[in-house]
Design a protein. Structure first.
Length: 262
């Protein structure tokens, strides 16, 4: 099996991959409360797993590396429940800038920031442009559960995509980290629906704590979760992202090729 994890490869192996114009996936996630039945590392674990699977789908024919996951993001809305780390926007920008600069300095030219946390989406939409200008490099961004949204709607019973600590996230955790799912607390793992896509639509809005939305810390119904569903969700998201990268996206739609790393 081809090794794709940055931190399991030697510097010499990484230089060789950079010389082959390998894509670098930079998973970004969050460490935050996930209801009564899941650990705080859900977004970290799942985003890392999707990136690992995506790389395995592509390697060795398409050179690719998965950088270590950024485990902290923008999660102010989860703070009232406890167990949550969060960064300010300026700090998050600085962290991503320095990590991307490190990847470029290592000789790589193509970076895809793969997000696994809803609270990061709006910031990344803006920061991608900032990073591209600051680093003079074509930084791309996606959110893994948006890549697999159509597939997710077919697999899930009560929701069309990821909410929070829900049928989707609980199923995926059951598939990859079953020992971290507290089955004894599943009966309490439900809450009102939360439309991530709708929350991103420009309209009259104000900041709301997740505690104002759900008393349990869950959005959706985790009681419908299963490991079988989780395996389908993880495989589907990885396959969807791999297919786009295999097709040369997003660079195939760029007007100029990626510049050489400085």
């Amino acid at each position: 099996m081809t090794e794709t994890a940055w931190n399991r490869l030697s510097a010499a192996a990484l230089r060789a991959l950079a010389a082959r114009d390998a894509i670098v996936l930079l998973p970004v996630a969050s460490t935050e409360q996930h209801g009564p039945h899941l650990p705080t590392g859900v977004d970290d674990f799942l985003c890392s797993e999707v990136c690992r699977r995506t790389a395995l789908e592509l390697a060795p024919d398409y050179p690719i590396v998965v950088a270590p996951t950024v485990w902290c993001g923008l999660a102010d809305h989860h703070v009232p429940f406890g167990g949550t780390f969060t960064l300010g926007l300026a700090t998050y920008h600085a962290v991503l800038r320095d990590l991307c600069r490190s990847i470029l300095n290592a000789g790589f030219r193509r970076i895809v920031i793969v997000n696994g946390h809803g609270g990061n989406i709006q910031a990344l939409a803006t920061l991608t442009g900032e990073l591209t200008r600051e680093l003079n490099a074509p930084i791309a961004t996606t959110t893994y559960f948006m890549e697999g949204r159509e597939m997710m709607a077919e697999v899930l019973e009560d929701q069309e995509g990821v909410m929070h600590a829900c049928e989707a996230e609980t199923s995926m955790m059951m598939a990859v980290h079953p020992s971290l799912v507290d089955a004894a607390r599943l009966d309490a793992a439900f809450g009102p629906s939360f439309d991530i896509m709708g929350s991103l639509v420009p309209s009259l809005k104000m900041f709301r704590s997740f505690a104002d939305i759900t008393a349990s810390g869950v959005a959706g119904d985790a009681r419908k979760a299963s490991a079988a569903k989780g395996e389908k969700l993880l495989a589907g998201c990885a396959a969807a992202l791999a297919a786009r990268l295999r097709a040369g996206e997003p660079w195939s739609t760029a007007t100029t090729p990626p510049p050489a790393a400085r």
